[in-house]
Design a protein around this ligand. Structure first.
Ligand code: B3K
Ligand code: ZN
Length: 879
């Protein structure tokens, strides 16, 4: 492993490279334990560079076999596994460099660079994996045209793929064969990919808007071919959508996707050759849940959309990561909204943002959407860069309006096509098309932390005016003690007693569009005229800005919004607020050993919602699901006792279940059907509602049998897994739960992605002895610390999906978990560092647990030879 240098990379130190690599020819002689890589690079010295500037190429664990300059063996160079420095280069500004390296794909357990997974050679180069293949200027502003020749044993690797279009292929002596690929689009090294092995394939075609035929292939492990149809369908829909909505056409003859089982993240957008984690390709009704289907649709689209936002226009440096990621997440969110229910999609997005990004922004790992410094770039593929990055694009669209937003993007695509760009370039296109300054808006990229917006309103019946005041405040974050006011667009409406939005025309205020308040100052007021009755305020509609909203308002107003807000998001927000308040209040009462107080109107509200036939099932399911324990913990913010939150939340579920037992049972029964499974949004909504109801029915006497019945009779994985989860989480020791777990294991032993669900369900059981269960499951023959999906299923779900079970007051889970992080770090630092971020909110826990976590982090910190990845996260968490 590359050793930790402790070096900190800073945006302000960016400078262009002295040399460019115009062409890259690679020849791979693929062998499991020694693959030889011959690189021939057409180098150009920049006109601004010093003639004597050395050429310093990045490497990582490389063995140099040969080095030639203009065909002659090089003499003046220094080489280590991590660096190749060449001096006294030819006077001519253009010369060729030939580099031969040898690498071992089989022992590469980091899953970066070239590695073998289930006998398939595959690569992952983003962010800095290409330097594990050959010495190179491994930085995103070095764009090169690649020609790649692959050679391997034909029997072991009948499929040979790389980026671009296939030029030629054929047989060689000794049972070997080759393929030659050429990618005409200059690209950074992080988008290089190759795949070689024995794979099954499903194929299709796409005709682009200008009539070009594109061959589409999805390669999978043999036997999985019949589980790739949904991914193919999603790909074609994504290709159409990008043409329709953004005018973006695909630009090669072929688009290949390969699904592999050992992959550090979800997928990778390599030019013309996307490589995916199995999880985001393989699906059929028997093995995939509705959320798996939605995930496949979103990730297939996301990687495809990168072809323009990321590949054709890439990032100048890694500080600009959000340039491609935030924008592409925004695009995949919009795609999913168009494919499914927009309101439900938006609520899901906000739930994810709040669950993943808000805690990051509120804790020791907080960083701006565009960080200014990093020690290990892999640690910055975060919810802040991705999800908050996407929210910034959404705000930009609200601020500019649709027309200027699309005009700006068109300009971005023409002005920067084929280049490596920055956030400043991106902002500039919108300033140019609108003639407006976006200087204040740009602060969103540089200032970390979630702004808290407090709203006050004052209605004057005599003057028929409403005075609205909004204040914003952002708490200090690491390295940023002073925060400046941001431009925050707050969508809003005033709702009259009849439950309808009031008309808001002619308000004559520059910072008030029809339905948006533009907050620029630390505190700002608006006076609205001709308001004929005291309205109820619906604020932050559609979650128009990634802020925390503090709106002093009584429960009555929240109930009103829960019933009448015409914005579905606003409605859900009001319901969630009411449910959270109740759980928090009762946690306090429990702590003081006082009787609980659960207003019956809450159960009544949910009963009304579930009977309202104008609402779609998915939305009803969202309203019925109580806020997660982690959501509640975030609302409380400090001195958290996860046991109290768990108990209080459960008490509220029980009370709602009790009050609505007959109604919920009736609706649940009415939702049963024997229609064949379809993965569309309507079917998914129905299943979500059914399982939300079943969750409440778990509190009734007949529960285990009823839940087991859904488990046993389900014709799809969504229903089956929902039932299994309820059985295991509510009735762990009950014979039905034990039987269901055993049956599930028996039925799906040979399907790793489904076994991940089996591991996850057990890891998420909210009980003190889940630690022992997890320890036992680590001995399961199908568990492996080498496989990221298995680790995330068992250890990720335990540490970040089970607040009550993981946070045992005796601290034993923390000790166990931290020891494992150290162990995983030895072979897969990225995975270890990512898992470790589960502890990012540790400072919000009550003092006893906090002290235990501190010791666990101290133990990691004292460990020698930690990777840069884990050292960086540990030190920032302890700072
Ligand atoms: N760009 C990749 C992520 C690479 C992560 C490297 N540590 C997938 C994506 O965002 O589409
Ligand atoms: Zn991406």
């Amino acid at each position: 492993m590359r050793s930790d240098t402790g070096h900190i990379f800073r945006l302000e130190n960016y400078r262009p490279s002295d040399y460019l690599i115009r062409k890259t020819e690679l020849n791979f002689t693929l062998e499991p334990s020694e693959t030889v890589v011959e690189a021939k690079l057409a180098i150009e010295r920049r006109s601004t560079a010093d003639m004597h500037a050395p050429l310093i190429l990045d490497g990582d664990e490389l063995t140099l076999k040969k080095l030639k300059i203009n065909g002659q063996p090089a003499t003046d160079f220094e080489v280590t596994p991590d660096l190749l420095t060449i001096r006294n280069l030819p006077q001519d500004d253009n010369f060729t460099l030939e580099i031969v390296t040898a690498i071992n794909p089989t022992t590469n357990r980091q899953l970066m660079g070239l590695y073998r997974s289930s006998n398939i050679y595959t690569t992952q180069c983003e962010a800095e994996g290409f330097r594990r293949i050959t010495y190179f200027l491994d930085r995103p502003d070095i764009l090169s045209v690649y020609t790649v020749r692959l050679e391997a044993c034909k029997q072991a690797a009948p499929v040979l793929l790389s980026n671009g279009n296939l030029v030629s292929s054929g047989d060689l002596e000794n049972g070997r064969h080759f393929a030659l690929w050429h990618d005409p689009h200059p690209k950074p090294s992080y988008l290089f990919a190759l795949v070689a092995g024995s794979l099954g394939v499903i194929s299709d075609q796409f005709t682009t808007c200008s009539g070009k035929q594109v061959a589409l292939n999805i390669y999978v492990e043999h036997g999985n071919e019949n589980r790739a149809a949904y991914a193919m369908d999603a790909l074609k829909r994504a290709m159409h959508w990008d043409e329709d909505v953004y005018g973006r056409e695909y630009d090669l003859d072929v688009f290949n996707i390969v699904a592999v089982s050992d992959f550090n993240m979800g997928a990778m957008e390599n030019k013309g050759l996307n490589i995916f984690n199995d999880k985001y390709v393989l699906a059929d009704p028997q093995t995939a849940t509705d959320s798996d289907y939605a995930g496949i649709e979103a990730v297939i689209a996301h990687e495809y959309f990168h072809n323009w936002t990321g590949n054709r226009i890439t990032c100048r440096d890694w500080f600009q990561l959000c340039l491609k990621e935030g924008l592409t997440v925004y695009r995949d969110h919009e795609f999913s909204s168009d494919m499914r229910s927009r309101a439900v999609q938006r609520i899901d997005e906000v739930k994810t943002l709040k669950a993943q990004q808000f805690p990051e922004d509120a804790g020791p790992l907080a960083h701006p959407v565009r960080p200014r410094e990093y020690r290990e770039i892999n640690n910055f593929y975060t919810a802040t860069v991705y999800e908050k990055g996407s929210e910034l694009i959404r705000m930009l669209r609200i601020i500019l309006g649709d027309d200027l937003f699309y005009k700006g993007l068109d300009l971005y695509f023409t002005r920067h096509d084929g280049l490596a760009a920055t956030i400043e370039d991106f902002i500039k296109v919108f300033e140019d098309v609108s003639g407006r300054s976006l200087a204040q808006f740009s602060r969103w990229y540089d200032q970390a932390g979630t702004p808290l917006v407090t709203a006050y309103s004052d209605y004057n019946a005599a003057t028929k005016t409403l005075r609205l005041t909004l204040e914003q405040k952002t708490e200090p974050t690491p390295g940023q003690s002073h925060k400046q006011p941001m431009h925050i667009p707050i969508k809003f409406a005033l709702i009259g007693a009849d439950g309808k939005d009031m008309a808001l025309t002619g308000q004559n205020n520059a910072d008030l569009q029809e339905d948006v308040l533009h907050l620029h100052e630390a505190s700002q007021s608006w006076t609205l005229h001709n308001i004929t009755e005291k309205p109820v305020l619906s604020l932050l509609r559609g979650f128009s800005a990634p802020v925390l909203l503090n709106q002093p308002s009584d429960d009555e107003e929240q109930f009103f919004l829960a019933r009448h807000d015409s914005d579905a998001f606003g409605r859900w927000q009001a319901i969630t607020r009411l449910l959270s308040r109740t759980i928090i209040e009762n946690a306090g009462l429990m702590h003081r050993q006082q009787p609980l107080s659960i207003p019956p109107v809450l159960a009544q509200l949910l009963a009304e919602l579930v009977q309202d036939e104008t609402l779609d099932h998915a939305f009803q399911a969202l309203c019925l699901s109580l806020p997660d324990e982690a959501d509640i913990a975030r609302e409380i913010g400090s001195n958290i006792d996860p046991d109290l939150i768990h108990a209080s939340r459960k008490a509220l579920s029980a009370a709602i279940a009790d009050a609505n037992a007959a109604l919920f049972a009736r609706i649940y029964d009415a939702l049963q059907d024997d229609q064949p499974f379809t993965p569309d949004a309507a079917g998914a909504g129905k299943r979500a509602l059914k399982s939300a109801l079943l969750g409440y029915l778990a509190f009734s006497d007949a529960a285990p049998d009823r839940v087991y019945n859904q488990f046993a009779t389900a014709n799809n994985m969504t229903d089956k897994l929902a039932a299994l989860t309820i059985l295991v989480h509510h009735f762990a020791a009950h014979e039905k739960a034990v039987a269901a777990l055993a049956q599930f294991e028996h039925d799906y032993r040979s399907v790793p992605l489904v076994m991940d669900k089996w591991f996850a369900v057990q890891a998420r059981r909210p009980a003190a002895d889940t630690l022992e269960t997890v320890q036992q499951l680590m001995q399961h023959p199908l568990f492996s610390l080498d496989n990221p999906n298995r680790c995330r299923a068992l250890l990720g779900n335990f540490s970040s999906g089970n607040p009550a079970g993981f946070n045992r007051a005796d601290g034993k889970s923390y000790a166990f978990f931290s020891a494992l992080i150290v162990q995983i770090d030895k072979h897969n630092p990225q995975l270890a560092a990512r898992l470790l971020t589960s502890l990012r909110s540790w400072k919000t826990l009550e003092p006893i647990r906090r002290a235990h976590i501190k010791s666990a982090l101290d133990m990691i910190s004292r460990t020698e030879n930690l990777s840069t990845d884990v050292r960086d996260i540990t030190e920032r968490m302890l700072a």
